[in-house]
Design a protein around this ligand. Structure first.
Ligand code: 6R9
Length: 664
């Protein structure tokens, strides 16, 4: 089978792929009985189970005596009288072991240039940068924004913050000045670490200039320093007194820096993610539980072995790049590939070429990337994975959104050559790491299903009142007991934390994931059906519909009202569709196209290019109920091109539906 079109479409998925001998042999969790034994242990001695894991997987500078504190639930605390340092757990731990001279990171730049560092070298670089941060007045508890491209330096900056106990907040390099400014202010950041430019797809894109724009928007009162990594030789504008280059601050710094021990609950990082209101949430993670999870899931989900070459394609600006680039692989002592560029440059066979070149054995990417590479391979044989030797691969992973069975099968056949288990890992920024996922040496796989919860994760599907729903019927995904790497709070907003994740109607202590799910009648396997709130998933990136609406109406000279919904898209999973009412009359034809283009660019400027609406439709108004609520379910049908079959009797202005369906 060479193309996606030859793979039959499946309505009801009943293919099962049991783990083969290659995956089971020597696996940490070999076979379902081993998995069930762990689940059993967690169920019968929950705290004892986690205490054992935390002792076995984390190096504590001061051992903990309390495992779980539920006295202020849902503000759970884990291992809270213990002390550790996350960077020491990723680097120092390996010194004096065979890992110290092992390659930690193989970095492939956008243009194909390869550089690498050993664990020992990485420790020296992190320590030097940590000393530089200290010289700049950054201390334990301070917040540092990292706005960096995918580089070794980006990982170094994160690790260096962890080393001195500063809390980092990485902002994805595709976010706009406005989004960056909001995060600098909300986090109360003292420093921004950035690069002059980033290289993507052969293009040099500014980063430092966007930092300048963000600061110029005002309000960044806590900010004192901007540290600039000179990624390229191109000139950039320096603000005297505030901006310093890496070379300047690293000059003369010692490559030794004792790791600062912090309490287990000390905030390791804040990562902003979209929620169901216009304002992104600063998801706060604790050092101890998070680090445990990063290490443990490398062992459990990827069954990582000393000879593996691990490659997670996610950017460090997302949670996947935190747990499975900046922390997990290092805590596991693995060799990993870090890639600066994009999957389609200089050609859409780049991923396959890199797997061959670096002998990658564990490859972890997103369904949207797979789907776009299927499309590319279908139209150009030369970039099909069959052109490369992918024999080094042992395990494949998927993350970020549901993977459709067709894409799963293509990945399995053409990339995994029918030999590699695919771990379809369900998790979220808030969960810190995998929570529902197959185990490569144990779980029989079903395409499109993330299968079963990890041991100790009490996942369930319930109705609005928290009552369990039987297998075979859809409901809301929850996790009934806390787990070590869960979100601790929303930075600066504990009330929103409680409201968003721990609904009163369910008792106030059960974690609500925000996704719909269904368990299969036969195996009890979970299948995620998508978000149940106003969050879209475009190419695996979370976008709040409210965020995009706020951005649109912020164009006050033009836009009166806007409603944003998602519609299914072959490549990106979901696409953003905006319905807009202008302050002037409804445009048509060329004029509508020009205004739509203007609005797209505006959204890119306000949030980032990833949030640009794919469709913009103009109406004289929007479908509303008599009480003035926008009827989004109707807009969703229109966006999909479906006939309206829903009840429209509560609609104030039914004629608008026709207009919106026609306009484009
Ligand atoms: C890790 C990450 C979280 C949302 C989540 C869900 C979707 C992630 C998935 C998946 C189905 C999977 N999601 N993994 N849906 N199957 N394997 O992506 O975090 O950016 O916070 O997004 O992504 O909808 O709620 P984040």
């Amino acid at each position: 089978m060479s193309s996606s079109s030859t793979i039959e479409s499946v309505l009801v998925e009943n293919r099962v792929f049991p783990p083969d001998a290659r995956a089971t042999e020597g696996a940490r969790i070999a076979g379902m009985a081993a998995y069930e034994a762990l689940c059993q242990r967690a169920a019968s001695d929950f705290e004892g189970f986690w205490a054992d894991q935390a002792r076995a997987n984390v190096v504590w500078s001061k051992p903990f005596t309390r495992t779980l504190d539920e006295s202020r639930a849902p503000f759970y605390k884990w291992f809270d009288d213990g002390e550790l340092n996350a960077s020491a757990n990723c680097l120092d731990k390996h010194i004096g072991t065979p890992v110290e001279n092992k390659t930690a990171i193989v970095f492939e730049a956008d243009d194909g240039t390869v550089t690498s560092v050993t664990y020992k070298e990485l420790l020296a670089r992190v320590s030097q940068f940590a000393n530089a941060l200290k010289t700049q007045g950054i201390a334990k508890g301070d917040r540092v924004i990292i706005y960096m491209p995918m580089t070794i330096e980006g990982v170094v900056a994160m690790q260096a913050c962890a080393r001195i106990g500063a809390t980092h907040s990485v902002v994805f390099g595709g976010f706009s000045a406005k989004a960056l400014q909001e995060r600098i202010i909300d986090a109360g950041a003292k420093a921004v670490v950035t690069a002059n430019f980033q290289m993507r797809g052969g293009k040099e894109l500014p980063l430092k200039a966007i930092v300048d724009d963000a600061i110029a928007l005002g309000g960044c009162d806590t900010l004192q320093t901007v540290l600039v990594y000179e990624r390229t030789a191109s000139a950039w504008n320096r603000v005297e007194g505030r901006d310093k280059t890496f070379t300047e601050v690293l000059q003369g710094q010692s490559s030794e820096c004792a790791p600062q021990p912090v309490g287990a609950e000390h905030p390791l990082f804040i990562l902003y993610t979209s929620g169901s209101t216009g304002k992104p949430k600063g998801v706060q993670h604790a050092t101890g539980g998070y680090l445990l999870w990063a290490k443990l899931t490398m062992d459990w989900t990827f069954d990582i072995r000393p000879e593996d070459v691990f490659w997670c394609t996610a950017d460090i600006g997302w949670i996947t790049g935190h747990t499975y680039v900046a922390y997990g692989p290092l805590a596991a002592g693995a060799t990993q590939v870090v890639f600066e560029g994009i999957p389609t440059f200089p050609h859409a066979g780049r991923f396959w070429q890199m797997i061959e070149k670096h002998k990658v054995s564990i490859f972890y990417t997103a369904p949207t990337a797979i789907r776009s590479l299927i499309k590319a391979a279908d139209s150009d044989e030369k970039v099909h994975p069959k052109n490369w030797d992918l024999g080094s691969l042992r395990i494949l992973g998927s993350v970020g959104e549901p993977i459709n069975p067709e894409a799963w099968m293509w990945y399995h056949v053409n990339v995994g050559r029918e030999k590699c288990p695919i771990v379809d890992t369900f998790w979220q920024t808030e969960t810190g790491g995998h929570v529902i996922t197959p185990l490569p040496g144990a779980t029989p796989l079903v395409p499109g299903s993330c299968t079963l919860p990890l041991p100790g994760i009490m996942a369930a599907i319930v109705d609005e009142t928290g009552k369990d729903i039987p297998n075979g019927s859809g409901g809301m995904l929850v996790i009934k007991r806390p787990w070590p790497s869960m979100i601790r709070t929303i930075w600066n907003d504990p009330e929103r934390f409680k409201k968003s994740y721990f609904p009163e109607e369910m008792g106030g202590t059960i974690y609500l994931a925000g996704d719909g799910a269904v368990r299969s009648a036969d195996r009890g396997y979970f299948r995620i059906t998508g978000r149940i709130d106003d969050v879209l998933n475009v190419s695996g990136h979370r976008l709040g519909t409210m965020e995009i609406e706020s951005a649109l109406v912020a164009k006050t000279d033009l836009v009166a009202e806007a409603a944003v919904v998602g519609r299914p898209d072959d490549v990106t999973g979901e696409a953003v569709c905006a319905f807009v009412v202008l302050k002037r009359s409804r445009p048509t034809g060329e004029e509508a196209k020009a205004i739509a283009a203007e609005l797209r660019n505006w959204v890119a400027k306000e949030i980032g290019p990833i949030a640009k609406p794919k469709d913009i439709r103009f109406g004289d108004n929007l479908p509303k109920t008599r009480s003035g609520k926008i009827m989004r379910r109707l807009l969703r049908s229109i966006a999909k091109g479906e006939a309206i079959t829903q009840d429209t009797s509560t609609l104030e202005n039914p004629a608008i539906l026709e207009q919106l369906a026609q306009s484009n």
